[in-house]
Ligand binder design. Structure first.
Ligand code: ADP
Ligand code: MG
Length: 406
């Protein structure tokens, strides 16, 4: 069912965005080396665009004529894809724009999505250049599958869209504090983790979430189903139509589960009517009655991810799938010892932390969550980027975007 890329991709080109500053500053040499030779060999016509400053990619895709492009590929870390997704969602035609196939090639220091996409192929772990070659091979195959998008709302400021993670406490602190070790590449997270462990602290706050539905369709069916090639426009249109009807079905089910949803939707919509967050109540109101509310307590970390990996060697949620419709919520409560926390992080290298039986580690699959930090000041990150510190809530929109994966 998959049409070969080289045969159909004649008129439109792939936009390859490279952030020359990402990681250790080596992304351009990765492009001129293995990436260019693989794309040339696979006969993939593409246009290289190097970003010149932060938010350049965001502005570019916000204003681009997308009919010229068959896909947008990012050769950088996760931060550049975050810009692209938010740029697409800021467009007038966001609903159409967000369906352009997105590709990821690891060129940064935080390559969580690239590592996850490789993990979903069920191949053994790959790091560094091996990971790049694997992702480049998947790109040349050009198969596309749905990708969950998370709508994130802060108490003030604009709405954000996330594809990867929301973090508070230990993980967020490490992410931001380790920026200064950028020159050591992915090792920066290890250095940051050891430093943070030495000055371990806790964070007071409230957490509430809407558990995932037991019978919610697991990704395995749609994910393992043969995908569409991102150059086959005919397949692409039918895939979109199918997905649009799936979306409506899915939203219908959510509404059905939540008798008060209509009210919430109306309130949220008055500010921003693109992609209504039907599961969220306004952030200044209590959470809906069908949510689970944890008692106010001290946390060491709160982390919600959409994907298996949080970094090349950090498998936080091994069973996650790109369109499972779940946020994988992990949190660690206060009282955990330094050695126990270190053991958890070491187990995360292989993704075995959930079988450590650590009483301080809790894992839940959720559809939506709200976090209200009480400890001040502090750091919250969305997809590794620091956002305004304060109450934050989020809801998954199942399979709303597309990712090129195996
Ligand atoms: P890394 O994984 O190394 O952090 P990212 O892709 O996440 O790599 O990029 C890091 C940050 O750099 C992102 O916040 C992105 O917005 C920003 N950025 C993108 N292009 C440039 C540029 N040309 N110069 C400086 N910063 C940039
Ligand atoms: Mg980054």
């Amino acid at each position: 069912a998959c049409v070969e890329f080289s045969r159909v991709c004649v008129s439109r080109s792939v936009m390859v965005l490279v952030n020359p500053q990402s990681g250790r500053g080596q992304a351009m040499s990765l492009y001129t080396g293995p990436v260019l030779s693989m794309l040339t060999e696979a006969n993939i016509s593409h246009t290289l665009i190097t970003t010149e400053h932060r938010n350049h990619a965001r502005e570019l895709v916000r204003n681009a004529d997308l009919s010229q492009w068959s896909a947008i590929v990012i050769l950088s870390g996760d931060g550049l894809l975050f810009e692209v997704i938010n740029g697409l969602m800021e467009r007038e035609d966001w609903d159409e724009a967000i369906r352009i196939p997105l590709g990821i090639l690891p060129g940064g220091s935080g390559n969580a999505l690239a590592a996850s996409v490789h993990h979903y192929t069920q191949a053994g772990p790959a790091l560094g250049e091996d990971l790049l070659l694997s992702c480049c091979f998947l790109l040349c195959k050009g198969l596309v599958c749905p990708l969950d998008i998370v709508s994130v709302r802060l108490s003030s400021g604009p709405r954000l869209f996330s594809f990867l993670s929301l973090a508070w406490g230990f993980v967020a602190d490490v992410d931001i504090e380790s920026e200064k070790f950028r020159h050591v590449g992915a090792m920066r997270f290890l250095v940051g983790t050891l430093l943070r462990l030495a000055s371990l602290r806790t964070y007071q706050g409230r957490l509430a979430f809407l558990p995932a539905r037991e019978n919610s369709t697991s990704s395995s069916v749609s994910f393992l189903r043969p995908h569409t090639s991102f150059c086959d426009s005919v397949q692409r249109v039918s895939h979109m139509q199918q997905e649009t009807s799936n979306r409506h079905e899915c939203e219908g089910q959510n509404t059905h589960n939540n008798s008060n949803d209509k009210d919430f939707q109306l309130k949220n919509d008055s500010k921003d009517n693109r992609l209504p967050d039907n599961l969220l109540s306004p952030i200044e109101d209590p959470v809906p009655t069908n949510w689970t509310i944890e008692k106010e307590q001290e946390f060491v970390l709160v982390l919600a991810t959409c994907h298996s990996h949080l970094a090349e060697e950090l498998v936080v949620s091994p069973d996650a799938r790109p369109d499972d419709g779940h946020l994988h919520l992990l949190y660690v409560t206060a009282g955990i010892s330094r050695p126990a926390l270190l053991r958890l992080f070491l187990a995360m290298e292989k993704g075995t932390h959930l079988s450590c039986e650590c009483p301080h580690l809790i894992y839940r699959r959720v559809q939506a969550l709200r976090l209200e930090p009480i400890t001040k000041p502090g750091v919250i990150t969305v997809d590794g980027e620091q956002v305004e510190y304060g109450p934050i809530q989020a809801q998954v929109h199942k399979g709303y975007a597309r990712i090129i994966c195996g």
